[in-house]
Design a protein around this ligand. Structure first.
Ligand code: PHE
Length: 347
């Protein structure tokens, strides 16, 4: 009987093939189908049985069942073997040598401007202030109108502003946070600082940047005077620079303060004697300030007879540049790590 021979040969044939095979589960599946599938050798033998005698058919039936089981075992064994091999190879290729020295990731530092802001926050919180925030996209109303700068007021030209539409703008100062805080506090005393980014349509150069930072301050309460303002600023300057620093207040103009002042700090390079940094004056301007204008108080629901106070706007870049003797404001915004690394705290 040819069929019997074919069946008996199938075992050897299959083991030979499996022995030579790569570790490939797809290929194994295909091979298995060649023997045990619908069109495989076993099925083929079975389909020819109708031409045989009863005895032959019985013998062949029994034999083919046995062979089928043997083949299945053979393929199952190979499948396990392939799977084990694959896992083993993967484990080998993925082992790590834990004795190798580690690769250290470069660690960033806090940006010098943020360091200044953090120092300002620290020292003003120490004096009882809280930190307030406001949006960088601001309304014309909060950035100007409620700060005593109605539309068309000539003093608007002091700040060249990025407008988004007639009502919305990129804030050109942190002073709108004064307005927002007053509206929230509804006539109650206030003691806040507000650090943040501001924007102006300036051409960038060594001393101008279209984006820069300010730290606003606002103190409202009973009987607050210009002397309190001077104290709050002198304290700041002495903590930020050194304890021998002096400040001087010069008359100035801001629509939202009356009187208004510009504040200079004594030059730290020449000690006040005069040098190129202070343009031989001995003084360097660092901020604008003043007593909050009665109109500003009224527009945000405060009665100037009951409550008054001061506001200031510190130039964060300005004092950072003075502190670290940086001569070009653009260094803060070009993100050169060689510059920034100089401000990393020592580990
Ligand atoms: N907002 C003013 C400016 O950007 C600074 C300032 C703040 C002046 C608060 C007075 C009071 O120039």
């Amino acid at each position: 009987m040819d069929e019997l021979k074919e069946l008996e040969g199938a075992i050897d044939l299959a083991s030979n093939e499996l022995n030579q095979m790569d570790d490939d589960l797809n290929l194994l599946q295909q091979k298995k189908a060649n023997y045990l599938g619908k069109k495989g050798i076993i099925a083929n033998v079975m389909s020819n049985m109708k031409n045989l005698s009863n005895d032959e058919r019985k013998e062949l039936g029994m034999k083919s069942n046995k062979i089928k089981v043997l083949l299945e075992e053979l393929f199952e064994k190979k499948r396990k073997e392939i799977e084990d091999n694959i896992v083993e190879r993967k484990l080998k290729s993925e082992t790590i040598d834990v004795t190798l020295p580690g690769v250290s990731m470069p660690v960033g530092g806090i940006h010098p401007l943020n360091q200044t802001v953090m120092e300002l926050e620290d020292l003003y919180i120490g004096m009882g202030y809280r930190v307030a925030e406001g949006p960088e996209i601001e309304t014309d109303e909060f950035c100007f109108e409620k700060l005593n700068l109605p539309k068309g007021h000539p003093a608007r030209d002091m700040q060249d502003t990025f407008y988004i539409n007639p009502e919305l703008l990129l804030r050109s100062q942190t002073s709108p946070v004064q307005v927002r805080t007053m509206l929230e506090e509804k006539g109650k005393p206030i003691k806040i600082i507000c650090p943040g980014k501001v924007y102006r349509r300036d051409s960038d150069d060594a001393t101008h940047s279209h984006q820069f930072m300010q730290c606003e301050g606002l103190v409202l309460g009973k009987d607050i005077t210009l002397a309190d303002l001077k104290g709050a600023l002198l304290e700041m300057v002495r903590k930020m620079f050194d304890k021998d620093r002096q400040i001087r207040l010069r008359p100035s103009f801001f629509p939202f303060t009356e009187p208004s002042v510009e504040v200079d700090v004594s030059c730290g390079i020449c000690g006040g004697k005069g040098c190129p940094t202070c343009k031989n004056t001995g003084w360097i301007e660092i901020l604008g300030a003043g007593m909050v204008n009665d109109n500003v108080l009224r527009m945000s629901g405060y009665d100037p007879k009951e409550i008054q106070g001061f506001a200031f706007g510190i130039g964060v870049e300005r004092i950072t540049m003075l502190k670290y003797k940086i001569d070009d404001i653009r260094n803060f915004y070009t993100n050169d790590v060689r510059f920034l690394n100089q401000f990393k705290e020592e580990k």
